[in-house]
Ligand binder design. Structure first.
Ligand code: CA
Length: 222
């Protein structure tokens, strides 16, 4: 899951990046509003964590432009302690949630997971596809009620597929959703992860199928 963090404070942005990476998100970090606005025009993220007080372009303006382009990506705003006005403006401009500084990293992670889950149309923490179940709280998979052992990248691929809820996704988009821009991953690497996942799923009633021209789809075998 790829997350864009926009935070100009170097200490905070470092600790947030570390925490999110630890929580198995791929994190791109921008330190001013202009850079954030720029990258949001070309890259696709599962979530944007946006500080409001930013150099060059403030966070509210980044958010306003994002929604003006009808980009529906979930946005969690970070507001200064006690600034009710900013929080209200942010929510009015289309932010999905907010956290007032200072906050606990565990709370940030929990809100991030909830926003991503809801943006995929899942109200509950558990998502199922036949015998395969995904729990968005611990980000673990179970197959036929047994824990399924996955490498971090296999997990990332399978997460995107199960949250797509029966819609296909092509290799390039899948790769964009998983890897940060600094990770030099060839979209073809996705094929390797899909191959390994297919092996792990092969004895079960769920499979990753390839639809010509559309990409990969996770589905229950007929
Ligand atoms: Ca700031």
């Amino acid at each position: 899951m790829r997350v864009l963090l926009v935070e100009d404070n170097p200490t905070l942005s470092k600790s947030l990046t570390d925490a999110l990476t630890q929580a198995r998100f791929a994190v791109d970090c921008m330190h001013d509003g202009e850079a954030a606005d720029h990258i949001l025009r070309t890259q696709d993220y599962a979530l944007v964590i946006l500080d409001l007080g930013l150099p060059k372009l403030d966070g509210l303006e980044v958010l306003r432009r994002l929604r003006q382009r009808r980009n529906p990506v979930p946005v969690l705003i970070l507001t200064a302690h006690g600034s009710v006005e900013d929080r209200v403006k942010g929510l009015d401009l289309g932010a999905d949630d907010y956290l007032a500084k200072p906050f606990e990293l565990t709370e940030l992670e929990a809100r991030a997971r909830a926003l991503i889950r809801r943006s995929h149309g899942h109200e509950h923490t558990r998502v199922e596809c036949g015998p395969l179940a995904y729990d968005s709280v611990d980000r673990g998979f179970r197959l036929d009620d047994e824990p399924l052992a996955l490498t971090p990248r296999e997990r990332a691929v399978l997460e995107v597929l199960i949250l797509r809820n029966g819609r296909a996704i092509n290799k390039e988009t899948l790769s964009e959703k998983i890897f940060g821009i600094d990770e030099s991953v060839n979209a073809d690497a996705i094929e390797i992860y899909v191959h390994r996942l297919r092996k792990k799923l092969e004895k079960s009633a769920v499979a990753i199928v390839t639809l010509r021209g559309l990409g990969y789809l996770l589905e229950v075998k007929a």
